[in-house]
Design a binder for this molecule. Structure first.
Ligand code: KIV
Length: 269
């Protein structure tokens, strides 16, 4: 009789150890069925606050709550078994003070069972990152284009177009790494800056609209599947899920309306 070994999840130290090694594969997921598929291929799954737009039709991530992140985080944990699951801390849940950040991060970890949280911001968040990591909460940082600050940044603008701004972004990267983040997302950043930061820091960089030289990449699943009618320009769209769903729904509607619905295998006897 063969006894099946339980699958062990990829850990935070295993991701951190991938600096400069085998590229880290990651995608977002917000629900159990997509998590089960992504789990077979990704090293970590991000329950991103982009779920506000993708799942809930919001204009930005600013209205996302801790409760929403917990609901979707639990679904992704149930659907996956292998990948590290990282849950985003939403706007307003961590900026006020390290103590508030700890309370909300601890709640997210306790109520979802996820392995780490992610929060946006560079040098200004270093104190909070240190506070959390010293108290047992692994933190993934997120610098460059930080969508939760879009009102301050004046929209979703690629960062680092002006080389004068590079030292600030480099300081952000250095500060979050020194504060104890185990990896950092570099979003919407000009390619040479993202490549420089990747060389400068000792923790893995995860690019999105940044550089192929990052230690790993992440995309929003619905963007790369062709479910978002207006994906960001940098996204390679690998499928036409929107078209496939439309085709299937239209076929089903036609069958119901023309009384060709396959009753034999679609009804209980
Ligand atoms: O919320 C999200 O999906 C993210 C990724 C874009 C990195 O933060």
């Amino acid at each position: 009789m063969s006894v099946q070994k339980p699958v062990r999840r990829i850990t935070v130290p295993q991701i951190a150890a991938r600096k400069g090694g085998e590229p880290i594969v990651s995608l977002t997921s917000y629900h159990a069925h997509t998590a089960a598929i992504v789990d077979k291929h990704a090293d970590f799954i991000l329950v991103g606050d982009s779920l506000g737009m993708v799942m809930h039709g919001m204009d930005s991530t600013l209205g996302v709550t801790v409760e929403m992140m917990i609901t979707h985080g639990r679904a992704v944990m149930r659907g996956s078994q292998r990948a590290l699951v990282v849950v985003d801390m939403p706007f307003g849940s961590y900026e006020e003070s390290p103590a508030v950040a700890f309370r909300n991060a601890a709640r997210i970890i306790q109520e979802t069972g996820c392995g780490a949280v992610k929060l946006e911001g560079g040098a200004r968040m270093a104190e909070t990152i240190r506070f959390l990591t010293e108290r047992g909460i692994p933190v993934m940082a997120h610098i460059g284009l930080t969508p939760q600050s879009s009102n301050v940044l004046g929209g979703f603008k690629t960062q680092g177009r002006d080389t004068d701004s590079w030292p600030l972004h480099e300081a952000d990267a250095r500060d979050v790494a020194e504060a104890g983040a185990f990896a950092m997302v570099l979003e919407g950043m000009v390619e040479p800056l993202a490549a420089r930061i990747t060389k400068q820091v000792a923790i893995p960089t995860i690019g999105i609209g940044a550089s192929a030289e990052c230690d790993g990449q992440i995309l929003v699943l619905e963007d790369m599947l062709g479910l978002n009618p207006k994906p960001p320009k940098f996204v390679k769209v690998y499928g036409d899920l929107g078209g496939r769903i439309e085709q299937a729904v239209s076929e089903y509607a036609g069958e119901v309306r023309s009384r060709a619905f396959p009753t034999d295998d679609q009804t209980y006897r």
